[in-house]
Write a protein that binds this ligand. Structure first.
Ligand code: SAM
Length: 213
């Protein structure tokens, strides 16, 4: 938790519990140590997407499909979520779960490393969620800006990385590179003339940027 535990706990208790497939996936993730988006972050991402009703969504880090299914529920009619995952086993589970959710026509899962896939993608998106390989965010940024429509949202999870990004004393030795890259990423999205950004201490830290130009 990067804010007081009692506040995070209070906020979590205000959130309507998942049901159906999303509940099953959250329970499966918890009992198998699979990191998926935290409930309070998921709610914020869901509300942002609902408020903007994207037509095309890009997500990095599918894991078992939880956030892809959540995002698919916010799409405008005929819209699509493209989601990228590098781990074959995860992708297999995600594809099964997506089918079970009935959202298979709204979610296109792509196998591969995000940086490589993004370089080859030539589409436009209204909403991009970065949730894989935080150390790579800075490398992915030019492609994200290139593919984001004006007025679209770039939402980046884990940007405060257990608080380490905001406090040198918390930085574990082997995490130095990730922290350095995340600081560079935040410096860029907060000062980039193409973006307006707000960083929120929700979950592990969420940056919300809107493309202005
Ligand atoms: C935090 S999990 C994603 C959780 C998912 N967004 C959710 O909330 O349901 C991060 C996922 O990114 C994948 N991943 C890590 N590095 C990646 C990369 N370079 N390209 C694509 N996927 C990657 C991991 O295998 C993992 O499944």
């Amino acid at each position: 938790m990067i804010c007081f535990d009692y506040i995070a706990e209070y906020i979590r208790n205000t959130i309507k519990a998942d049901d159906g497939i999303l509940l099953e996936l959250r329970e499966f993730a918890a009992s198998n140590g699979i990191p998926i988006i935290r409930p309070e972050t998921a709610k914020l991402v869901y509300v942002l997407a609902l408020a903007t009703r994207p037509y095309r969504i890009l997500e990095t880090g599918t894991a078992i499909g939880y956030s892809s299914i959540l995002l698919a529920r916010t799409l405008r009619d005929g819209g699509i979520v493209d989601t990228i995952e590098s781990d074959d086993k995860m992708l297999e589970m995600a594809r099964h779960n997506i089918k079970m959710s009935g959202c298979q026509d709204k979610i296109n899962s792509i196998a591969g490393d995000t940086a490589e896939v993004l370089r080859c993608l030539d589409k436009k998106y209204d909403f991009i969620l970065l949730d894989a390989a935080k150390g790579q965010y800075i490398e992915l940024l030019p492609d994200c800006i290139r593919m984001l429509n004006t007025g679209g949202l770039l939402v980046s999870d884990n940007v405060l990385f257990k608080g380490m990004v905001a406090n040198d004393k918390l930085v574990a030795r082997r995490k130095r590179t990730i922290v350095k890259n995340l600081r560079e990423y935040l410096g860029n999205i907060c000062n980039n003339p193409a973006l307006e950004t707000s960083i929120l201490p929700v979950g592990d830290g969420l940056a919300v940027s809107v493309k202005m130009l």
